[in-house]
Design a protein around this ligand. Structure first.
Ligand SMILES: [Zn+2]
Length: 248
């Protein structure tokens, strides 16, 4: 079966990026039977997102849905994820955000279960979250518009947030960036957890240290490099068909 997407317009390119990002994060063990990624059609109130029921390992560019911020399916044959409002309500109030992920990363849920625990910046690749990672304390799935509004309100102008006993939401500028941010967010949580196994007191990076490192950071370059690395791993392992040309 020919799975090659038509890349002649940005819609198809975005579909391919969302599909590839989904498969790669499934390969990384972060997405599994649930969790979802979306990308906004730039300058619009329309987003590409995977369907509610299809396996994250089998998503294709053509199976990605086009949905408006009221949840209407404009292109596609399935329902969007049941927690779609996580995405739509963040996009509604954050014009700087063009990609969102929600997933149930084990360490993200676990840190909300430790009294007083918060995300510390251990790894300079996590500097993006130095301003804080808010925690939504109300427990449960985010299914109504009011739930989505409360979540977006809790996120504020941060780049990520935790949902108590549930998971994480990250907000970025593109689908490749959301892949990179998701991997770094998990790596930072692993570092925070593992550092505690070596001593009682952990030593997060300071604001001064982060500022110094930030002077030399080229985010666009880093996103391109890491996205292309994972895309290549995806091609080699057969997770992404070779004819999806998603390398940047
Ligand atoms: Zn969820």
């Amino acid at each position: 079966m020919n799975t090659a997407p038509d890349l002649s317009n940005s819609g198809q390119a975005l579909r391919a990026q969302v599909a590839a990002c989904t498969r790669l994060l499934n390969m990384a063990g972060i997405l599994h039977y649930s969790g979802h990624i979306s990308a906004r059609v730039p300058g619009t109130d329309q987003i590409y997102i995977q369907s509610r029921t299809q396996s994250r390992a089998e998503v294709t560019p053509d199976s990605i849905l086009l949905v408006d911020l009221d949840g209407n399916v404009l292109e596609g044959d399935d329902k969007p994820p049941s927690e779609l409002v996580i995405h739509t309500e963040v996009y509604r109030v954050r014009p700087d955000v063009d990609a969102v992920i929600h997933n149930h990363m084990e360490l993200a849920a676990a840190i909300t279960m430790a009294k007083g625990a918060k995300v510390e910046i251990m790894d300079f690749h996590a500097s993006r979250w130095a301003g804080g990672v808010p925690i939504m304390r109300e427990v449960g799935h985010i299914k109504t518009k009011a739930d989505g509004e409360a979540l977006a309100d809790c996120l504020g102008d941060a780049h990520g947030m935790l949902l108590r006993a549930h998971g994480v939401v990250l907000a970025s500028e593109s689908a490749p960036a959301i892949l990179v941010d998701t991997l770094h967010f998990e790596d930072n949580l692993k570092a925070q957890k593992e550092a505690r196994s070596f001593g009682d007191e952990i030593v997060p990076l300071t604001a001064d240290e982060l500022a110094r490192v930030g002077q030399y950071e080229d985010r666009d370059h880093h996103v391109r490099k890491m996205w292309n690395y994972y895309a290549t791993e995806g091609y080699k392992s057969g997770v992404i068909p070779e004819d999806w040309d998603v390398r940047l």
